[in-house]
Design a protein around this ligand. Sequence first.
Ligand code: AHM
Ligand code: MG
Length: 334
Amino acid sequence: MTASTTFNTHFKQYLETVQVKGNAVPTGLQELLVAVADTCMTLSHEVAQGALIGLLGSAGTGNVQGEVQQKLDVIANDLLIEGVKGCQSLAGLASEEMELPVAVQGTGDYLLLFDPLDGSSNIDVNVSIGTIFSVLKKQDPAAPLQTTDFLLSGRHQVAAGYVVYGPQTTMALTLGDGVVMFTLNRVTSEFVLIKESVEIAHATKEFSINMSNMRHWAEPVRRYVDECLAGVGGERDKDFNMRWIASMVADVHRVLSRGGIFMYPWDQREPHKPGKLRLMYEANPMSFLVEQAGGASTNGDQLIMDLIPTDLHERVSVMLGSKEEIERLQRYHA
Ligand code: AHM
Ligand code: MG
């Protein structure tokens, strides 16, 4: 499936007409985003079939991170490559599932990064999963593609988004001028605009973290969560709610939809790794979305978007969402 398909016309029209800080979206970027959206539409259909088409379970392979790949991890990765490689505007792509970037035939200078299937542990239990993507511009369009072309801070992203495959298939997208959401109409195969100007409230009473790792956390994170748990009468004097889906894409979708914060902080299980989540495929695109919705995103010491990557598969400690809570976490880390 390529950008030349005749469906998804709403999304195409949106990209043709929307203004980003007073400018039209470059046609090359439109072409790439339509190809990503078309592919995610196909993926959504596959995900919905699950066991009926033999998609559940392990692929029997490992990825570059040393993680066991599920069949859907591999299928999603292949579908995305197939779906975008014909884009003339694309210079290359990189995926969480592949050690090295792939140069494509395009003559353009866009770089696409993606986590093809986020939340892999949820595939077999029919819980929301998703695709996360980030678009950069190659600094030297004429030079042959190298891994270092991708090593740009999150501030260089020209677009980012995710598609969550849940009860509905919903895409969140930023082009650097706010955040919008589209929901897939499965009957007409259209991503339909459902929300403009997505905003994350600055204050919240909801946090999201894998509590089973509590004994491994650093002191500032432990203090923050302890204070949330103390409820009315404690340091914060308010009762907090906790949610944890274990698919970043679904947890961040909740944050963008009704506020809150999401954390996957560094912990002592792997003291020499800076965190679990991947900077280029997960943290940067999600941080771009969250900042564009009025929230904040930090590794504790620095805003995620300011980090200069040194490795394509670099990992990072992530805390993102409602601004007041993220600022509090930053103070605790100072
Ligand atoms: P994945 O990209 O291999 O699916 O891993 C990332 C996922 C995130 O979506 C989620 O927040 C986290 O890993 C869940 O980790 P845990 O299994 O520790 O709860
Ligand atoms: Mg992931």
